[in-house]
Design a protein around this ligand. Structure first.
Ligand code: ZN
Length: 248
């Protein structure tokens, strides 16, 4: 018997209750502030040490690594623990799904993770916490301890390509799932947005949970406008019950 599969595409809206603002979306902070956008644009970051120093200070000040998962992240992890096969595809780089208890192998991070830094020369990966400790200790642009290369967060900066392996896995999950829930995403940033259409094309039940209208509302089977922190736990609770009562 084919196991039912729930795919959850999460965007910035799932993490706002955790105190993380929307940086990257079409109306995100970075897009509205060209100077801030330079800090996360690969070309500027690599060519200008001053940009890197400001970027390290921004990371240190932002406190994003201290954010805690909220009720919506926990509800996703609980659904997985209840025995429903769940995969998360996220546009977020905050790692909060995993902190809430989702196994890392079941979370696809389309834009990478801000919890890890990567050397742009030798590609060694180390915890962001370690790099920030070096900034705290007085290094204004900590270099790779292995090769001396420039360090950057393991996120996909503007001007960088998404990982084709991650994208391929996201597409495969989207085509295979029976329920596709887009939560907290404006569905305006590709390729994440297109996944909602792919899911519907392949016969999945498409559910959109977002405060604002999205371009995919018209083809969705269900659109939920309630606050994510209460709406998602309720929705996933129902899914879990349905799963236990009847074979899908
Ligand atoms: Zn290196």
């Amino acid at each position: 018997m084919n196991r039912p599969l729930v795919a959850i595409l999460s965007g910035a809206g799932i993490s706002t209750d955790s105190g993380i603002p929307d940086y990257r979306g079409p109306d995100g902070l970075w897009r509205k502030d060209p100077e801030a956008e330079k800090l996360v644009t690969y070309e500027y970051y690599m060519s200008d040490p001053q940009i890197r120093r400001r970027a390290w200070l921004m990371r240190r000040e932002s406190g994003a690594l201290r954010a805690e998962p909220n009720a919506a992240h926990r509800a996703v992890a609980e659904l997985e623990r209840s025995g429903v096969p769940v995969r998360v595809i996220t546009q977020n780089v905050d790692g909060l799904h995993q902190l809430a208890g989702m196994p890392a192998r079941k979370v696809l991070e389309l834009h990478g993770t801000a919890r890890t830094v990567e050397c742009t020369r030798c590609h060694a990966r180390t915890p962001m916490d370690d790099a920030l400790s070096r900034v705290d200790a007085g290094e204004d642009d900590p270099a790779c301890l292995t090769c001396g290369g420039i360090l950057k967060p393991a996120t996909v900066m503007f001007g960088e390509h998404l990982d084709p392996v991650v994208l391929g896995e996201a597409a495969a999950i989207t085509k295979a799932c029976q329920v596709f829930i887009a939560v907290g995403s404006s569905l305006q940033v590709q390729p994440a947005a297109g996944l909602a259409g792919v899911a519907a094309d392949h016969g999945a039940r498409l559910i959109i949970v977002n405060a604002e209208p999205t371009p995919y509302d018209e083809i969705a089977d269900e659109v939920v406008r309630e606050p994510i922190g209460t709406a998602l736990p309720e929705l996933l609770g129902q899914l879990s019950k349905t799963h236990l009562q009847a074979p899908w």
